[in-house]
Design a binder for this molecule. Sequence first.
Ligand code: AMP
Ligand code: MG
Length: 429
Amino acid sequence: MFAAPVNSRVLSFEDARRVVEEQAALIRSRKVSPGDTELVDLLSAAGRVLCEPVTADRDLPPFPRSTRDGYAVRSADLSQLPARLDVIGEIKAGEKLDRIPARINAGQTASIMTGAPVPAGADAVVMVEYSSPPHSQAGHQIEITQSVVAGENIVACGAEARAGVRLLDCGIRLNAAAVALAASVGKSRLQVYKRPRVAVLTTGDEIVDVDATPGPTQIRNSNSYSLAAQIRREGGEALLLPVAPDELQALRRLIEEGLKADLLLITGGVSMGRYDLVEQALAELHAEFFFTGARIQPGRPVVFGKCGAGFIAHEKSATCFFGLPGNPVSTMVTFELFARPVLQALAGESARNLIFLHARLKKDIRVKTGLKRFLPAILSGEFEHSEVELVAWQGSGDIAASARANCYLVVPADRERIPAGEWVAVMQR
Ligand code: AMP
Ligand code: MG
């Protein structure tokens, strides 16, 4: 077998993101087959990606709903204040239809509770705070001291959604509000996408597993575990392959194994060292490389491509792979920036932008220009008092510094110095 030379293709951060988004869009355009989805109970649906539309089974709200405890009135009756009205009934939430006054006529009112249906004739609810005595029974009179406009404190029938209207689209990741909405329209089970399977292949002769006792020059595998945590957070299932040695044949065999998954993440072995063999192994498998580096720090040697069509002996389209640089912080950052959008697409999720917060820089930053930087930092304070400062670190191998950080501070590629006090972009993690 020959080792096809890999042409270097180093892109700006923005161009690399565009390439990733293009591939994510291709993945999203694939046809969904029934085997790609499953039915889950609403209680375990949070975090999953919806693959059926959810529609309103009836008008929301299904009746004109009072939003206050008070009195259902005809607003025109309150043109002169105080107004005295006859109380003709009491309507609590869930009241049976035959116990609700058929109509509120001029000069009449009914006491009403939050969530109860407003009877015909009434066009507003006066809060109980503006009545005296506050809790009058049917057969008594009540004095109202505040006027209301028509519609006040009432949500009209169907104002939130009409029956049959689509409330949730395919491709959304279900959060608490979406789950609540599904419950409100009677969906106790939801059709969601199956979790994509992501193979994780760590490389390096120096790497031993977490339970092994490392020799004096060996280190424990931490990247597989950070990646597994990141994969799970995006709704994927991580499949950890055995650690690959820095040896071409064994590496190639494990890459082939990993390409059977929906996505392959390789860590380490993509730099310029003599034993960085990942690109060569992939080239031998006739991989297509979209880029072999991005002008970022940490994570410059990141590799993205596709492999498998016509070569790997299993029935599926080519699998996307990432070669993530082995330094632990580089692995984590490049996952966030590049692998995550592809994983989200494989999970069935609609495109999502990277979200940056803004915070005031606590201390000056000086860096060399040319690379967009995502540096471990600590974000503190709230609202307009948000502040951020870099953590002291020993470079992208410093896992301890990374664990002290709670965000990445983003330094644009053209900035050499950012003075304290400037608002800077911060990426949460
Ligand atoms: P590489 O990208 O293979 O040149 O590795 C860069 C650095 O990251 C080296 O110091 C490696 O020992 C370290 N490294 C590589 N893989 C891992 C891993 N799975 N866990 C922790 N450190 C790693
Ligand atoms: Mg290595």
